[in-house]
Design a protein around this ligand. Structure first.
Ligand SMILES: O=C(O)[C@H]1O[C@H](OP(=O)(O)OP(=O)(O)OC[C@H]2O[C@@H](n3ccc(=O)[nH]c3=O)[C@H](O)[C@@H]2O)[C@H](O)[C@@H](O)[C@H]1O
Length: 491
């Protein structure tokens, strides 16, 4: 290797060879010019170059034709100073990209400054809004400060409003995704806005946003209700369940464990974790290792993840297994909602039945009962013990069923809706497809009764009556084409 390097270094660089050829060309030009200029004139006395400088070889021609120029030496001195001055000015002059170098760039700089001032003012206003919304009402002793994720969702909007009504500080967070009609979510958020709840639009997977929210206000609790819901939709978009219910949960718990103070977390698990469990009613100590849908599997994964964050970081975490929640401002993808819409429109509905015409039933639970359960869970959640991401001692880890303890067959749900809507359903009874559904759910709520004081009070008929009244009010009686507007009324 060494000889190659040394021979390369010894060789003349390409620049050097090209400049030597150009200087010989200049010399050639100079000699041809001298030969032509000589003609028949007497041979001029050879002139001694005044300075030993290469460009003096070019000067004689110029000198011959400009005899009025004072002298070559004076010219060279002046050209030297002129060149030096020019170089100095060039080097000291501001660079073209400097903001003050031109009027257009200085106005761009002013605009940029204005923009960043506006952004800072907006950020300040945003933080003030979060802080103000998170502050408990004055005169509400022991008021909490709760971040509600999924606040523009069905349960989230009701729970956030209920917390606010009793004087707690509440900030909402919602991505307003289009799993179902986002305008319904906007309408719920507008209700919250009027109730004094600021809803931040953003994703639970956006870690910097979560940090900003937790930096802006010290939350005592997080009610985490943001999720990808729906059992059957998991067949169509499986990754959305992992993104929201697994990644999103981890992202949120990361923010919680790093927050100072660490909030206590209450979050929505699901009755679906019981999966193929056959012991009824379902109690918290029953098996949950046989989920029947990806939705159920991600909720079950959430319960295991909760264990990890409780164990490592001392987060107080309560999981609530909701049983088929229904009511006003509900989710359009759920059966009671879509049945109502289709009955009003005179469209057929599919009613599932089990093998051998077995009944499919759900422990339908009214939204107000669920909200009372959520608030009781918030109120009884012990404190997280961690600080700055480090566990300082054991913290509570709880899970509760929140159901109605009175399962109703889906066929009976349809009959109640028919009575309330005063319209006949066009039923298509089909065998329950193998797409994640389970045949039966029934909650044992004795643990929630004992520890949360949870006691559901609304039966399916009463709850659906309230739902139908809301539905007709929200969508208008004209929402159904079947039977005409006049034949439809809430009882
Ligand atoms: O407790 C839960 O953890 C879950 O509850 C809810 O799931 P489900 O109990 O399946 O509710 P939902 O779809 O309203 O079907 C109700 C009944 O109608 C039957 N059903 C459904 C559709 C249909 O076309 N026909 C039919 O008979 C169907 O077989 C079922 O028996 C939430 O959506 C879910 O997000 C989760 O929170």
């Amino acid at each position: 290797m060494k000889p190659i390097i040394s021979s390369h270094l010894d060789a003349p660089p390409p620049m050097a060879s090209s400049s030597s050829s150009s200087s010989s060309a200049a010399a050639a030009a100079s000699s041809s010019c001298s030969a032509g200029g000589g003609g028949g004139n007497p041979k001029p006395k050879p002139e001694k170059p005044p300075y030993n400088h290469p460009y003096h070889r070019l000067l004689p021609r110029w000198h011959h034709h400009h005899h009025h120029v004072p002298s070559l030496s004076k010219l060279s001195i002046w050209s030297f100073f002129a060149l030096a001055l020019f170089l100095a000015l060039f080097l000291l002059s501001p660079k073209p990209h400097a903001p003050s170098s031109s009027s257009s760039s200085s106005s761009a700089a002013r605009e940029e400054r204005r923009r960043s001032l506006r952004a800072a003012a907006a950020a300040g206003a945003w933080e003030r809004s979060v802080r103000a919304s998170a502050a408990p009402r004055r005169g509400a002793p022991g008021g909490l400060s709760v971040l509600v994720t999924g606040a523009a969702g069905f349960v989230g909007c009701h729970a956030a409003a209920a917390l606010r009504r009793r004087g707690d500080g509440v900030v909402g967070l919602d991505s307003f995704n289009d799993y179902y009609d986002p305008s319904l979510k906007r309408a719920r958020a507008a209700l919250l806005w009027r109730a004094g709840v600021f809803v931040v639009e953003g994703d639970i997977n956006d870690a910097p946003l979560l940090r900003k929210v937790f930096d802006a206000a010290p939350f005592s609790h997080v009610l985490h209700l943001a999720a990808q819901a729906g059992v059957r939709h998991a067949l169509k978009n499986p990754s959305s369940y992992v993104a929201s219910n697994v990644n999103g949960l981890v992202s949120l718990l990361e923010a919680c464990r790093s927050a100072d103070p660490q909030p206590a977390v209450v979050w929505a698990s699901s009755s679906s974790v019981y999966g193929l469990n056959t012991r009824t009613p379902f109690s918290e100590s029953d098996r949950t290792d046989r989920p029947a849908s990806l939705y159920a599997a991600t909720k079950k994964a959430g319960e295991e993840i909760a264990h990890v964050y409780n164990h490592i970081y001392g987060l107080s975490i309560t999981g609530l297994r909701f049983f088929t929640v229904y009511g006003p401002w509900g989710r359009p993808d759920m059966a009671y909602f879509s049945f109502t819409r289709d009955i009003l429109r005179g469209k057929p509905i599919t009613v599932f039945e089990g093998p051998g015409h077995a009944t499919v039933a759900r422990d339908f639970t009214y939204i107000d009962d669920i909200v009372r359960g959520c608030l009781a869970a918030v109120d009884t959640a012990g404190k997280s013990t961690g600080s700055r991401g480090k566990k300082r001692g054991p913290a509570p880890l709880r899970v509760y069923n929140l159901g109605n303890t009175a399962p109703v067959p889906v066929a009976e749900l349809v009959t109640i809706l028919e009575r309330l809507l005063k319209a006949k359903a066009i039923r298509k009874v089909v065998k329950m497809p193998r797409n994640g559904d389970v045949q039966f759910t029934h909650a044992n709520i004795s643990l929630a009764e004992r520890e949360l004081g949870y006691r559901p009070t609304t039966n399916l008929h009463t709850g659906l009556k309230k739902f139908v009244r809301w539905y007709l009010d929200y969508y208008g009686k004209k929402s159904g084409r079947h039977g005409g507007a006049g034949s439809i009324s809430a009882s």
